[in-house]
Design a protein around this ligand. Structure first.
Ligand SMILES: Nc1ncnc2c1ncn2[C@@H]1O[C@H](COP(=O)(O)OP(=O)(O)O)[C@@H](O)[C@H]1O
Ligand SMILES: [Mg+2]
Length: 376
């Protein structure tokens, strides 16, 4: 097992800066997910760990060893890709054994590892089949098995579930999580899917346009996003955002949005409300934190018109219009909201996020809150 450390790592293709000053420490045995929109530099970062992509600047370490100039085969890593890339003319057993044969691992040792891997991910009954006789999910398991038999210090996985249908994706997701619990090997896992990231990661590194936006546990990213990008990327449906300014100071300070849309200023910000009065801010709140009803202590309310109601059984997803802003809310389906209904939405102010409208950064007090809530 091993740690992986990016120390001011950059990747520049010609005049395109694909990965910008990446600093990230992946712990021994950790399941680290790199997540972000297509093109943000996830695969490039992973390929730099693998040694398939040269590092333009900075230092990359696996364990204590600087690996910038170490060839891929000497890095003690195994990679699983989106495409399974199995040898079609070989049986599952031969596919699993092939890499070890190339490395001149002794035969009995190969047999032991292949059998062990087959047991770990339940391929025993498939060992004599050819890839064309397997389903997509089974093929991806063979690809995983091929990585397992290498007994690497670090597993690198690049969108390994993308080619599977929704149901199989959920199953294989759990299988990979189980595999990690069992082997406890360091995993660096790339995906563009925030649900995969949230469900699988011990920690998640969110990237955007080559920059690391935030790294933390799934809960830290959900509860205390440090910037608007992370706030909008993590969570489904996405967080609602409304442009606001602070009006007044102290206990009566309000956050005022378009068309007189307003909420009280959260307690934690009242002390500085005077200092930030008039500053352009963005208020963020998650659909699941809105509820239909009257204001409770330390909550704010606003009225909205339901445009579309999506009934989901236990809850309903409301697409609403509040002061000409689109707002999404998830509420108990017993409310039976109908399109056209005017509803009173309430929001606990502890669940309200505030970002600087220019930089997108969470306000300093919010960041301090986050630091308190999430010990480093
Ligand atoms: N060999 C290359 N030459 C030039 N640009 C590249 C090359 N590989 C990737 N890029 C660019 O670098 C950016 C990041 O790519 P990538 O790491 O594959 O993104 P992701 O995996 O997050 O979708 C993209 O804009 C991509 O077009
Ligand atoms: Mg990619």
């Amino acid at each position: 097992m091993a740690t992986v450390t990016f120390d001011h790592v950059n990747k520049i293709y010609g005049d395109f800066h694909a990965v910008k000053d990446l600093n990230l420490e992946i712990g021994d045995g950790e399941f680290m997910v790199l997540v972000g929109p297509s093109g943000c530099g996830k695969t490039t970062s992973l390929r730099m760990i693998a040694g398939l992509e040269e590092i333009s600047d900075g230092t990359l370490r696996i364990g204590d060893r600087v690996v910038n100039d170490v060839p891929p085969k000497d890095r003690d890593i195994a990679m699983v890709f989106q495409s399974y890339a199995l040898y079609p003319h070989m049986s599952v057993r031969e596919n699993l054994a092939f890499g070890l044969k190339l490395r001149k691992v002794p035969k009995p040792e190969i047999e032991r590892r292949v059998n062990e891997a087959a047991e770990t991910i339940q391929l025993q009954k498939l060992l004599d089949r050819k890839p064309k006789e397997l389903s997509g999910g089974q093929r991806q398991r063979v690809a995983l098995g091929r990585a397992i038999v290498r007994e690497p210090a670090v597993f690198l996985m690049d969108e390994p579930l993308s080619n599977l249908d929704a149901k199989l994706r959920v199953q294989t997701r759990a299988e990979i999580a189980r595999l990690h619990q069992r082997l406890k090997t360091t995993v660096v896992y790339v995906t563009h899917d925030q649900v995969e990231a949230m469900t699988m990661g011990s920690r998640i590194a969110v990237m955007n346009e080559g920059l690391l936006m935030q790294v933390g546990t799934p809960q830290a990213l959900y509860d205390t996003p440090l910037n608007r990008f992370v706030a909008g990327f993590i969570g489904s449906p996405s967080m609602n955002f409304v442009d606001v300014t602070v009006d007044g100071s102290g206990d009566t300070a309000r956050l005022v949005g378009p068309s007189d849309w307003a909420l009280p200023t959260p307690q934690r910000l009242r002390g500085i409300a005077g200092d930030i009065a008039g500053k352009k801010l963005v208020a963020g709140f998650r659909p699941e934190h809105l509820d239909i009803g009257e204001a409770e202590p330390d909550s704010g309310t606003f009225r909205a018109r339901a445009d579309v109601v999506e009934y989901l059984g236990n809850e309903e997803l409301l697409h609403l219009n509040a002061a000409n802003q689109d707002v999404v809310a998830i509420v108990d389906s017993e409310h039976r909201v109908k399109p056209g209904d005017i509803v009173n939405l309430s929001l606990p102010l502890s669940k309200l996020h505030l970002f600087d409208s220019e930089t997108g950064e969470a306000l300093t007090t919010e960041r301090a809150n986050a630091a308190e809530a999430v010990p480093a």
